[in-house]
Design a binder for this molecule. Sequence first.
Ligand code: UD1
Ligand code: CA
Length: 507
Amino acid sequence: MANVSTAYTLGASCVNATRPAAVVILAAGEGTRMKSDLPKVLHPIGGHALVSHAIRAARSTGAPFVAVVVRHQRDRVVEHCRSLDPDLLFADQDDIMGTGRAVECGLAALPEDLEGPVLVTSGDVPLLTGETLVEVTRRHVESGSDITLVTARVPKPFGYGRVVRDNNGSVTAIVEEKDATDEERAITEINSGIYVFDAALLRSALGKVTTDNAQGEKYLTDVVKVAKAEGRSVQAHVLDDLWQTEGVNDRVQLATLGRVLNQRTCERHMRAGVTIVDPATTWIDVDVTIGRDTTILPGTQLLGATSVGAGCEIGPEVTLRDTVVKDRASVTRAVANLAVIGEEATVGPYSYLRPNTVLGARGKIGGFVETKNADIGEGAKVPHLTYCGDATIGEGANIGAGTIFANYDGVKKHHSTIGKHSFVGSDSVIVSPVTVADGAYVAAGSALTQDVLPGQMAIARGVQRNIDGWVEKARPGTKTAEAARAAASQTGPPHTRSSNREGDDAQ
Ligand code: UD1
Ligand code: CA
């Protein structure tokens, strides 16, 4: 708040026709119909809270001030908004209810002598774009209006404020559903709750608005009547794109708008050269980037700050969150979170990449492999049934099926390194911390606890003993004993004799 007056001087000195002097975002309502402990405006679609969509649209107008009006769970809402944008202003609404009071409180957070167009939007109208806000402001300024309402003609106007026009078609009032006559209820042009007001008019008109209505609230919409009575000009900007005016009141609308937003996001990527085989089952958050000629197969979710390169194949059934996939990589039936997948690398099916997995170019993470804090070098392969946590795997190394990096001793995590072009045999346990040098081998089935030097082969397992005659002695009369006898009669007795013939401990 301390630097508000400086910012204001700056803002006022560069008046710009398409730029509002301020935007007020209403987000104080309780959102009772969500039936949620989470404030309505913090419910997400497309990877962002509803109010974040409103803040982004508001910010993209270039307005020098953006104020968010809060009340219900104000600390939670403020904390979230501030984490996105530390320059936001916050206004606390008091015990007087209604959108009019909310805007009055919003104005109080703005410089007292603010002049010019003030945009008012809602924290729960997530599909409204910054371009629309800029366009409405431009129209407002160019037409010299005192108030510009964004309206829409909808087939089912129930619940919305209706736009009342006179015989000349001029807007005279907005009537709320609960206060409307039958005749007014039949009007299909609705108030979207998005407006541009002349700042001075808004301030003075709100002072004259009362709470004398069906809900006992101070309605912002009554400003229209007050302005008309004073001979001020009110125009409506009818928006054809109805979704941009839709608000979220319950979880059904949250899902509907989430799907529409997703459809729009998918279309944007398809127009930019991405093949999306089935947009209906592909979910892409708004900030995700995807390169040309990448194909997204059904059942895929690309979330958060994920970025996918060009010429990749992602899916089916892949969930990537905050993950980077470089060009021409392929990822199938996998989950990755905070991971990096290198150029031409392959992942899946059934792989789980946890935070800080970095897979090098042309590397492979295969079926039933889980990785975490794992740096897997260029061309290195972890193809089957492995847990690879807290490990560095050198370029071109191969980790055999069923290898487990035992990184946790019950108290601390430890790190292991497998050198370049080294080879870990199947079913090995790498008991961290251990270092296998470049160009070394680990025999299958090893439980490795010591370092291995370049060129060495490490064997860390019990030596095999074969006990002659064990089956005959311990399992007489079984089919196994019969098979052993039949085989021995054809091939003769075993060539290899075990050194220990007792065999009583070999159960
Ligand atoms: C409002 C409009 C209605 C319009 C509709 C569009 C009024 C009186 N009515 O009705 O004409 O068709 O939006 O969606 O304005 N809010 C506050 N403080 C409050 C009350 C609400 O900040 O005391 C905020 C809410 O958090 C929400 C927005 O204002 O973001 C709209 O409030 P809501 O209660 O949903 O208004 P509606 O009854 O839908
Ligand atoms: Ca509403």
